[in-house]
Design a protein around this ligand. Structure first.
Ligand SMILES: [Ca+2]
Ligand SMILES: [Ca+2]
Ligand SMILES: [Ca+2]
Length: 475
């Protein structure tokens, strides 16, 4: 019996030593079946099932962000905080150790943002992504094409707006991290008006119909005249007012944001233009970026066909022969002086401009009677002179597109695409929509009996609210 035990011990010992001697044959474990990176959704269990070769005598270790979390072959990952996680899996035995490092990105569950139709909606970035770089947005699915996703304010939050109710699905991503943002757009309790709702300011430059359309009455203040302009222009039955000569302007707005639908004209502004009676007014537009309901935000110019040059207009050669000044002055300034002598028959109303020119306007050009200042100055763009003599009269030729009072009211070219807007450096901008419009007379020209080129501005409307679909005009 004793011998047997000794023998057994010897065998065990021999076996032990032979194990030692055969160390090369105990192979180190090898991990496979794991990716370098995974993306998962917050709060969702995710099981990692690695395949291990050479498991004899193996021990397992999982570390999440440097902290041991398991000693099993499989590991179930679950995190409720979106972000990036570092997971290390180690398997070891006498033969050695294998190690796999994995990045797991936890994305947020779908996020919902609610807002009203015809109203700007700020898309606040989800917390898990807001400090990341390379943020990208995609519009996945929309119930209507009447919407705009705008990167205008992207550093803080992109802007979204829709003209129709429904759920608009967007995707936001930063590298591997992705989330779905659903914008739920509901109807406002009070239906917005499709037409101009407010006139904020009105200052015509001297002109034939100044003090007449609208009518000035003794004692009227500037505020009174702005209210009279509003009385004409606001609503479905809006009619026009005159802006007088070059630079005269009106500022008005809508009770909602007109959506800048991609590839579509967005709004119409009426005047009293018709063929050979075009008195183009330049448009500036803005949206209520600071949300105070007032037009005190950055203005953007609507780039029309003649905003840089009139060379592409059909009447260019005829106007050249007529002796017109066909330059576009991008930084034009003009000052009109209040007449001091109403009995004067000549040298009645003095004007100067920043081209070094000066002169007098005849008595039929009236200075706005409610303005007490002895001069008024305007600055902006001066378009090529479009009036061409024809017999005893002049034909006021139309620019191709992009101006008020330039084509008949029912012509599609009396409508505008907000995507024509450019910033002060001439760069295209991604406006989500507009709340406010400024129109000013764009041509400085007198046309004999017809008088000065003076823009008339009337009713304005939101094409999308009216259900009018006009594809963006190219020429
Ligand atoms: Ca548009
Ligand atoms: Ca504002
Ligand atoms: Ca007109």
């Amino acid at each position: 019996m004793k011998q047997k035990i000794i023998l057994a011990l010897l065998i065990v010992f021999a076996g032990f030593t032979s194990c030692k001697d055969d160390a090369e044959v105990v192979l180190a474990p090898v991990i496979s079946g794991l990716e370098d990176a995974y993306t998962v959704i917050e709060g969702v269990k995710f099981e990692l099932n690695p395949t291990i070769e050479n498991v004899i005598g193996a021990t397992y270790l999982w570390q999440l962000n440097g902290v041991e979390v398991a000693q099993t072959q499989n590991y179930v990952f679950e995190e409720s905080n979106p972000g990036e996680y570092n997971l290390i899996f180690k398997v070891g035995n006498e033969g050695g150790v294998d190690k796999k490092e994995i990045t797991i990105v936890v994305g947020a569950k779908d996020m919902t943002i609610e807002g009203l139709a015809h109203t700007l909606i700020s898309l606040e970035l989800p917390d898990y992504i807001k400090d990341n770089g390379d943020i990208e947005w995609n519009v996945l699915e929309t119930p209507s094409e009447l919407y705009r996703f705008s990167q205008m304010n992207a550093e803080e939050a992109p802007l979204f707006i829709a003209a129709e109710e429904g759920s608009y699905l967007l995707e936001v991503s930063s590298g591997e991290m992705k989330g779905v943002v659903t914008v739920v757009v509901t109807k406002p309790t009070e239906a917005p008006s499709a037409y101009i709702a407010n006139v904020f300011d009105y200052l015509p430059a001297p002109g034939q119909f100044v003090n007449k359309i609208p009518t000035y009455e003794d004692g009227n203040t500037h505020e009174d005249m702005v209210a009279k302009a509003a009385k004409n222009m606001v609503g479905e039955k809006g009619t026009y007012i005159t802006l007088g000569g070059w630079g005269g302007y009106v500022v008005f707005g809508f009770d909602h944001t007109i959506v800048n639908v991609a590839g579509k004209q967005d709004f119409r502004i009426e005047g009293n233009g018709f063929t050979n009676s075009s008195e183009p007014g330049i448009l500036m537009v803005s949206y209520d970026a600071n949300g105070n309901g007032k037009p005190d935000d950055e203005w953007y110019e609507i780039y029309g066909s003649g905003s840089i040059t009139a060379e592409n207009e059909e009447w260019y050669q005829a106007a050249l022969k007529n002796g017109n000044d066909l330059k576009t002055y991008r930084n034009f300034e003009m000052t009109y002086y209040k007449p001091t002598d109403e009995s004067a028959t000549t040298n009645y109303l003095r004007w100067t401009n920043n081209k070094g020119e000066e002169g007098y306007k005849a008595k039929r050009y009236a200075y706005p009677a409610w303005i007490k200042d002895d001069k008024i100055s305007f600055e902006g763009i001066s378009l090529a002179q479009n009036g061409v003599k024809s017999g005893a009269f002049a034909q006021l030729k139309s620019f191709k597109y992009g101006y008020v009072d330039n084509h008949a009211n029912n012509d599609d070219r009396s409508t505008f695409d907000i995507d024509w807007a450019v910033d002060k450096d001439g760069n295209k901008v991604d406006l989500p929509g507009i709340n406010f419009v400024k129109v000013y007379t764009g041509v400085d020209q007198e046309n004999g009996m017809l008088g000065e080129n003076s823009t008339e501005v009337g009713k304005g409307s939101d094409l999308h609210l009216l259900g009018t679909s006009i594809v963006t005009i190219k020429e």
